[in-house]
Design a protein around this ligand. Structure first.
Ligand code: PMP
Length: 402
């Protein structure tokens, strides 16, 4: 049947702000790596065998028994009060400064929506969390990349940039960053918080991994340092975001943002437009699971710490010299830098032929770079997979060097 209607050009119909939007480079890469019997260090998912399945089952039943229909009813945009109160108590702040969001990914999108006007300068680490770039991109920021090393953001470079650029926002993952596994050191945390306060730049501190420190000393959050500096929870220029995705389970999509009241009030309005509220049942189940959270964090930390150490030992044994890797103190990832001139994107098909996969580093750079880098996730791999996979990857790198 031929239609007499004019043909419809969907591409022309899309809003200009999303025309530059493409499928996540990583998702495309993961398709290649998801062949059977490929050992994948490419994934970004938490280890599913550690999920507290029985506890979630029991907690869900208890919530439905005790709360009844209220667990299935619409609820407030701010989020379930007992959950907000628990989060607030952890940070020593009022519950009115805490907003529950549907995954910290939603928090990033909503923060982009309320803070970024077209052309606003947003400072991001090089490399940074790809999902943040995806969240911010539709709001058309002007990115400036901050150089980093094994101590995190180079704060001298940050100061130089702040002197010459009117920046609106700095986005950072200070603990066990995705993708590098690096941690911003204490002296730099203080400098970063002071400099951004002095130049009137808001900071988004994205911290989904902070609780998963398997070695070394915990460091104060940028949020805590910002609070110390401002002396008032509603004058803190640092906006903090964290999540239950990596400590409990990601599928319930429960996370939070804590910030000064003006930011929270605007977030509430933005979230009303997005999804009214985070699912009531999920928030109640997470609240019911809070008593097992410390035990669960210990379990996850122990497993990831062991897997990270194993991977680093095997890298030391099986990679050619001239390859650098980060030494994560927590979280799920480490970052490998090959000698300059090698291209990890071009090398990936060779690695997959050897039945091993990783994520090339370049997509994590807002403005490009890192052609010779890769992200490795150790958190879902068995000891045997780490041994076989790292040997195969070492061979792939050696071939590329030859
Ligand atoms: N921020 C960072 C740095 C992440 O690595 C992730 C998950 N990959 C997220 C935010 C999103 O987490 P969620 O939405 O599950 O809370």
């Amino acid at each position: 049947m031929t239609s007499t209607l004019p043909s419809l050009d969907f591409q022309a119909a899309f809003a200009t702000r999303v025309r530059g939007m493409t499928a996540s480079a990583i998702r495309e890469i993961l398709k290649v790596t998801q062949q059977p019997d490929v050992i994948s260090f490419a994934g970004g998912l938490p280890a599913p065998e550690l999920f507290p399945l029985d506890d979630v089952k029991a907690a869900t039943a208890r919530v439905l028994d005790t709360a009844g229909p209220a667990a299935l009813q619409y609820s407030t945009t701010e989020g379930h009060l007992p959950l907000r109160e628990w989060i607030a108590a952890q940070g020593g702040i009022p519950a009115s400064n805490v907003q529950i969001v549907t995954g910290s990914q939603q928090g990033l999108d909503l923060l982009g929506k309320i803070l970024i006007s077209e052309g606003d300068t947003v400072l991001v680490e090089a490399p940074t969390y790809l999902g943040a770039l995806q969240s911010f991109q539709p709001y058309l920021p002007n990115y400036v990349q901050l150089p980093t090393d094994d101590g995190g953001i180079d704060v001298d470079a940050l100061e130089d940039i702040l002197k010459t650029t009117r920046a609106k926002l700095l986005y950072a993952v200070p603990n066990f960053q995705n993708p590098t596994g690096r941690t911003l050191n204490l002296a730099r945390r203080r400098r970063l918080v002071e400099l951004t306060a002095q130049y009137g730049v808001l900071v988004i501190e994205d911290d989904p991994y902070g609780a998963l420190r398997f070695t070394g000393e915990a460091l104060p959050s940028l949020y805590a340092l910002g609070l110390e500096l401002a002396g008032d929870v509603d004058r803190n220029h640092v906006i903090y975001s964290s999540s239950f995705s990596k400590t409990l389970v990601p599928g319930l999509r429960d996370a939070w943002v804590q910030a000064a009241r003006p930011v929270i009030q605007k977030l509430i309005q933005a979230k009303q437009g997005a999804d009214l509220h985070t699912p009531t049942l999920n928030q109640m189940v997470i609240t019911e699971l809070l008593p097992i959270l410390p035990r669960q964090i210990e379990t996850v930390k122990a497993a990831y710490g062991e897997r990270a150490r194993h991977m680093m030992t095997r890298i030391a044994a099986d990679f050619p010299t001239g390859v650098h890797h980060t030494v994560p103190e927590g979280g799920m990832f480490l970052w490998v830098t090959l000698p300059a001139g090698l291209d990890t994107q071009a090398m990936l098909p060779r690695a997959v032929e050897r039945r091993v996969a990783y994520v090339p580093g370049r997509p994590f750079y807002a403005l490009g770079g890192g052609e010779n880098t890769m992200r490795l996730s150790y958190c879902t791999a068995t000891p045997e997979q780490i041994e076989t996979g790292i040997r195969a990857l070492g061979d792939t790198v050696r071939d590329a060097l030859a």
